[in-house]
Design a protein around this ligand. Structure first.
Ligand SMILES: Nc1ncnc2c1ncn2[C@@H]1O[C@H](COP(=O)(O)OP(=O)(O)O)[C@@H](O)[C@H]1O
Ligand SMILES: [Mg+2]
Length: 395
């Protein structure tokens, strides 16, 4: 028998469950789309675009909704008189403010004239961008900066770009749509940036189980062969994802994983057991990704707690954790941070849900203190730590 053969008893088009797949229809986001339309109306009328800030947790349809509305805007403009709109997207993930500007400049340049992502002064690249914008044929440009929270506190661009029409760019009207997965990002912006970037704000809320069910039904119709999903599979996936995150991406991940498990096992249909197993695997994957992304200092703190946990000693106080941490940091020859810094790491790890904290009060004599214990399965932590090359030997 051949090792590979085409076909599956489960999937018709599994790509329909992948993240980069664009469904034909956007469902359950009518209110947000309406707000979007209103915010874009000045642009359509030929006025200066209003800047728009879109925010909400990951997986709630921000990117998809923005794509839909801007695709329509681009298509409808053949009926506009005296207005032509160019839309430029940039995903800012892992880019600095400076790199973003250079990439924006290059949107308007062809290969030999593109600029390299370093080597120019900040002012120079800004001026290059203004000059490209002034030279455009279109009357309007809309920049979509997706995952704009990557910019962090270096927000000069978010000050300059939304108000470049005030003096630097006179020939083309420029608007900015910023999309952020991070609720706290808006608050972290300086007041002057907030007021120019956030002329309109659109908030995307997490989906509830009914909404997720409809989104899943639409995608499952394309992804799976007829009748392979047991009746309760979609409601179950929707309920699990709604309880946990309200993210359509999360729900689609579980459904895809459940289907893959069924296929691997050569089942003829996808069952609730597949769903339950898939949910655990997806959760584990998400936690592991987050753990892996932490800096080495946090990994050392986790390592200390993991050791104490294995010796059955948690919940433990900070001082105990610190001693084990200090020892581990010395062994790999890295900075030993002060106890206060470790306190911050501990708070951060607790906020992210990796540690459980409980407060103890020993009255007048002992005072108040905190105790920490590991709140994720130890194998997951171990796997993640193993992938930090600086500390793998310590495990
Ligand atoms: N209302 C919706 N209708 C159909 N699919 C959706 C909807 N909302 C989200 N999705 C799907 O969920 C996934 C995540 O959506 P996305 O727009 O990328 O989220 P965000 O940008 O908020 O993180 C994508 O695969 C997208 O197609
Ligand atoms: Mg997105």
């Amino acid at each position: 028998m051949a090792r590979f053969a085409q076909g599956s008893d489960i999937f018709d088009n599994e790509d329909a469950l992948r993240d980069n797949y664009t469904p034909d229809e956007l469902i359950e986001r009518d209110d947000e789309i309406e707000t979007y339309e209103a915010a874009l109306q000045p642009t359509v009328n030929g006025a200066r675009p209003r800047n728009i800030f879109v925010y909400g947790e990951t997986g709630v349809g921000k990117t998809l909704a923005t794509r839909y509305i801007l695709d329509d805007l681009e298509a409808d403009q053949e009926h506009f008189e005296g207005v032509s709109i160019r839309v430029e997207w940039l995903n800012c993930k892992d880019l600095t403010s400076y790199q973003i500007v250079t990439q924006l400049v290059n949107k308007f340049r062809e290969p030999p004239n593109e600029i390299s992502p370093s080597g120019y002064g900040r002012g120079t690249v800004n001026r290059m961008l203004w000059s490209e914008l002034n030279d455009l044929d279109e009357t309007h440009v809309l920049f979509v900066l997706d995952e704009v929270d990557s910019i962090g506190s270096d927000d000069d661009l978010l000050y300059q770009l939304p108000r470049c029409n005030d003096n630097q760019v006179t020939e083309t009207k420029v608007g900015l749509i910023g999309i952020s997965n991070d609720f706290t990002f808006r608050e972290s912006l300086s007041a002057r940036v907030q007021s120019s970037l956030c002329e309109h704000e659109i908030h995307f809320k997490p989906y509830d189980a009914n909404q997720l069910r409809r989104i899943l039904e639409q995608r499952a119709g394309e992804a799976f062969l007829p009748d392979v999903l047991a009746d309760d599979v979609i409601p179950k996936v929707a309920a699990l994802a709604a309880q946990d995150t309200g993210s359509a991406r999360h729900a689609l991940d579980i459904l895809y994983k459940a289907g893959s498990l069924a296929r691997e096992r050569q089942q003829s249909d996808v069952t609730i057991e597949n769903v339950n197993e898939a949910k655990d695997l997806v959760e584990r994957g998400v936690i592991e990704d987050e753990l892996r992304a932490l800096p080495t200092q946090s990994h050392l703190v986790l390592l200390a707690i993991l050791r104490l946990h294995r010796e059955g000693k948690d919940p433990v106080r900070r001082k105990t954790i610190y001693n084990v941490y200090e020892n581990a940091a010395e062994m790999i020859d890295t900075d030993v941070k002060a106890s206060r810094t470790i306190q911050n790491r501990l708070s951060q790890l607790s906020l992210k849900g990796f540690l459980a904290v409980d407060e103890r009060n020993e009255g007048v004599k002992g005072g108040k203190y905190y105790q920490y214990s590991l709140d994720v399965r130890e194998e997951i932590v171990e796997d993640a730590l193993r992938q930090d090359r600086r500390i793998e030997d310590l495990i």
